[in-house]
Design a protein around this ligand. Structure first.
Ligand code: TEU
Ligand code: CA
Length: 510
């Protein structure tokens, strides 16, 4: 626990609290449920959990609309439950990261209630208020995420518009106001004092807005989240980092920097004085194609070359699960081999260790403002019809939930769950996989459909090869087969070079 750079060797497991496990049978996941599920998480072999928001919230965006940063929403439990969860996780050797939502609050937050109450309220300037344009319309052409509507809503009572990059129920905070900065620092302290080990910072690249708030070219205005990238944010991040660094548990902050152009995300690490880690969602937006994956991995690795450190993520609560995107369980299992062997900190989204697909959501059960319900379906724990959730889970289960349940997969050594345990065990055992350099091989003209990566440390090379082609292939890579995405393959034998369709192997080369 003393290593200040623990996060470079950790594997992080994302829990979406509504969907992970239900402790009281009301159909909505909760903190007592998470505590019950922690043994499963620890046995998987991860090092930390990240909880999507658990704070008091009207749930317009399922918790990403925070109404009180210092309390737990009653649907999830109590502050005592949070304390018990943190303590139990620590007993199991798991660090705990909370989601922190700095760009906006709920419109029900007392700060916004005060801010909207009058133009003279001391909290007026805690949010971004502007006069209407001369024609009475919004102050600029920005479009909010989710519904394609303007990022401004007119507040009739005071005759001004407020800015919301997301829903109208999620007004953007004004970080140019030092009181906002101080209040948001206090929310970090509140949880650091309770023992959490860090944060995942939601759309953190959006917090520093320019003073002008000028019109943007149309394409940027309607893709606001990927278009805002202001120098002021870096100043704010340096002060956040200083706060984190003042705590003895070496808190880590991973930023959701939702920028997709070359070189953009890496800038948010600063000179090792801003974020510790940043997501880079270019991999998340890449298809199951050898050329595309090779090129995105190469690019990200070169941007985050030592001494910098990248992350790796294939699924989360905002995007279709990678099994659904890639189209088969075999591919999802091959991708798991990459997750366990790439250079960088892997993030695993709860349920991917079961090989879950998105659930089919009937139109009348869609509840998310952006239609992300499918990837948020409840995790099946048992083979029983209710899969451990009581009669009325908040969303339908993913396909094959009986066979894919935790209970069924624990009992089956060939299951995806056992593959994840095996692979994460291998990562723990092999320093080369955690700390080694990584070289992405150029395409072999004979077999361009094979993606191959080499991890190297102190003269040892571990090769990872994935066949993304249409038929089986043979490669020239002598060594010992350490792992394969195929359950039937014998391990710890000489590798014969054979790769099935959608198979990934890990080979200690000789
Ligand atoms: O997501 C930011 C974000 O950009 C997403 O809205 C993404 O564009 C969209 O989901 C793609 O369908 C973060 C959170 O992860 C998300 O759950 C929140 O809704 C959002 O911020 C607002 O807090
Ligand atoms: Ca519940």
């Amino acid at each position: 626990r003393d290593d200040p750079r623990w996060w470079t060797e950790a594997v992080v497991y994302q829990i979406y609290p509504r969907s992970f496990r239900d402790g009281n049978g009301d159909g909505i996941g909760d903190l007592p449920g998470i505590i019950e599920g922690l043994d499963h998480v620890a046995e998987l072999g991860v090092d930390a959990i990240w909880l999507s928001p658990i704070y008091r919230s009207p749930m317009a965006d399922f918790g990403y609309d925070v109404a009180d940063h210092t309390d737990v929403d009653p649907v999830f439990g109590t502050l005592d439950d949070a304390d018990r969860l943190i303590a139990r996780a620590h007993e199991l050797g798991l660090r705990v990261l909370l989601d922190w939502v700095p760009n906006h609050t709920s419109d029900q937050h007392p700060w916004f209630q005060a801010s909207r109450s009058s133009r003279d309220d001391p909290r007026r300037d805690w949010y971004v208020w502007r006069d209407p344009a001369p024609d009475g319309g919004p102050p600029n052409n920005w479009i909010s995420a989710f519904k394609g509507v303007p990022a401004w809503t007119l507040d009739e009572a005071t005759g001004q518009y407020y800015l919301h990059s997301f829903l109208a129920e999620q007004p953007d905070l004004n970080w140019s106001n030092p009181e906002v900065e101080a209040a948001m620092h206090d929310t970090l302290r509140f949880w650091l004092d309770r023992g959490v080990d860090g944060f995942r910072a939601d759309v953190v690249h959006l917090i520093g807005k320019g003073e002008e708030l000028a019109d943007l070219p149309e394409r940027k205005a309607s893709n606001l989240v990927v278009s805002i990238d202001e120098p002021f944010t870096h100043e704010l991040l340096r002060r956040i980092r200083a706060l984190l660094d003042s705590y003895p548990q070496h808190p880590m902050m991973v930023g959701e920097v939702y920028l997709l152009k070359p070189g953009q995300t890496v800038g948010y690490l600063g000179d090792d004085d801003e974020l510790h880690l940043t997501f880079d969602f270019r991999t998340l937006h890449t298809a199951w194609d050898a050329g595309a994956l090779r090129s995105v991995i190469t690019t990200v690795q070169s941007e985050f070359a030592p001494p910098l450190w990248p992350t790796w993520v294939l699924s989360n609560h905002d995007r279709p699960r990678h099994r659904s995107r890639y189209g088969s369980l075999e591919r999802a299992r091959a991708a798991a081999v990459l997750t366990a062997t790439v250079r960088g900190t892997p993030f695993i989204y709860a349920g991917e260790e079961l090989g879950l697909e998105d659930a089919e959501i009937p139109a009348d059960r869609v509840v998310d403002p952006d239609g992300r319900d499918g990837e948020r379906a409840p995790i099946p724990w048992t083979t029983e019809p209710d899969h451990g959730w009581g009669p009325d889970p908040w969303l339908p289960f993913p396909p094959d939930s009986g066979d894919l349940s935790v209970e069924a997969q624990v009992a089956d050594p060939r299951s995806t769950l056992h593959l994840y345990r095996e692979l994460l065990g291998l990562r723990r055992a092999e320093a080369t996989l955690r700390r080694g350099t990584m070289h992405v091989l150029g395409p072999d003209p004979e077999r361009p459909e094979v993606l191959e990566l080499h991890r190297q440390l102190e003269g040892e090379t571990i090769a990872v090869a994935v066949n993304l082609g249409e038929g089986p292939v043979t490669i020239e890579r002598p060594g010992t087969l350490l792992a394969s995405s195929r359950p039937e393959r014998e391990r710890d034998v000489d590798f014969d070079g054979h790769l099935d369709v959608d198979e990934a192997v890990v080979v200690r080369t000789t």
